[in-house]
Design a binder for this molecule. Structure first.
Ligand code: ISE
Length: 342
């Protein structure tokens, strides 16, 4: 039988997932839309035939309307949705971040551990991007030698009005905090932020772009240009420097067009298309695993590690130099389950 998924939060990302589950994913249907805003709820319900609408997760759970929960609310509302879903023992796909600070992420880990079963997969979809997967294999195989450093760019055309300075870290760099250690096989030990000349096209309340430097315990150094007002489109790209080779991901690969003595290559406008395949693969893997009572991607522990990095990153926005970070020992509950991570 199809996995009956309740999608919690029907903003841009939630609506995108509703369409995905309805049109692309096999073995799952959207059985509930949980969204307090009546307009958004109705719009999402119109995309998912047969789904029931609820104002909050408690009502959806009480109605027995869902077998699994996909959380796509803003990050600050994740914990209040995660806790009842964990208590109900349901599989969960939680959009990034797990929660917005290490303390609340730790509470989530404790709740999951208390239930004795891994329920939470965190939506760091970059791990499902084929080029990142290939790059990770290349780094592991060492055919181009050891990885020395990564140059990364993360560029958004623009951001919504509610996007504040700390969100450069907690909403955007959060992805690199997950994917960089996963790629490079190390742990982040410090984060530093430098400010180049400010973009006059940035919203008044933002000081960006920023340059983020991450040091890993295996000696790999990472620089990231985080830039959210580039106007022209959406780019997430990495150049990996090896001892005897260079690898690049995320290069423009759309339509090639020669016109008016000019050559153009199509590129992306936003993350829904740039990572469409990654999102599809992530959600399919989650659905398949949920039916087997397991997860198939980043765990709650991975989410916790990222929360610790984000805390250092937010401090680094104000600090003069690198901000060191330290992780507690991985709880045995998660240590034995590395295989659950792709
Ligand atoms: C957004 O929330 C995302 O997750 C996107 O992947 C990222 O590029 C963007 O900066 C965030 O605001």
């Amino acid at each position: 039988a199809d996995l009956r998924v309740g999608v919690v939060g029907a903003g841009a990302m939630g609506a995108d997932h509703v369409k995905r589950i309805t049109r692309t994913i096999t073995g799952a249907t959207v059985s509930a839309i949980v969204e307090p805003d009546p307009g958004r709820r109705a719009a999402a319900l119109a995309l998912a035939t047969g789904a029931a609408g609820f104002e909050n997760i408690e009502d959806a759970l009480a109605a027995g309307a869902v077998d699994a929960v996909l959380i796509a609310t803003p990050g600050r509302f994740h914990e209040p949705v995660l806790m009842p879903a964990i208590a109900a023992g349901l599989p969960i796909l939680c959009e990034k971040p797990l929660t917005q600070d290490p303390e609340s992420s730790w509470r989530v880990l404790e709740a999951e551990m208390a239930g004795g079963k891994q329920l939470i997969q965190v939506g760091f979809m970059r791990r499902f991007d084929r080029e990142y997967e290939e790059l990770r294999r290349l780094i592991e195989a060492k055919t181009a030698g050891e990885l020395l450093m990564l140059h990364a760019v993360h560029r958004n055309a623009s951001v919504p009005d509610n996007y504040i300075q700390s969100m450069l870290i907690t909403d955007s760099v959060v992805h690199e905090f997950d994917v960089v250690p996963w790629l490079a096989g190390g742990t982040i030990t410090s984060v530093e932020v430098k400010y180049p000349k400010r973009n006059s096209l940035s919203p008044d309340h933002l000081r960006e772009p920023i340059l983020v430097l991450m040091e890993l315990d295996n000696g790999v150094l990472v620089d990231l240009e985080m830039n959210v007002s580039v106007q022209f489109g959406y780019q997430v790209a990495t150049e990996a420097v090896f001892e005897k080779g260079i690898a690049r991901t995320g290069q423009p690969s759309g339509l090639q067009l020669w016109e008016d003595a000019t050559f153009k290559i199509g590129d992306h406008a936003d993350f829904t298309t740039r990572f469409r395949e990654a999102y599809d693969r992530q959600v399919q893997a989650w659905v398949d695993a949920a039916k087997q009572g397991t997860i198939a991607g980043p765990s709650a522990w991975d989410g916790y590690k990222v929360a610790v990095a984000c805390e250092a990153g937010v401090k680094a926005l104000e600090a003069a130099g690198p901000v060191a970070l330290e992780l507690p020992a991985v709880p045995a509950f998660y240590a034995g389950r590395a295989a659950a991570s792709v």
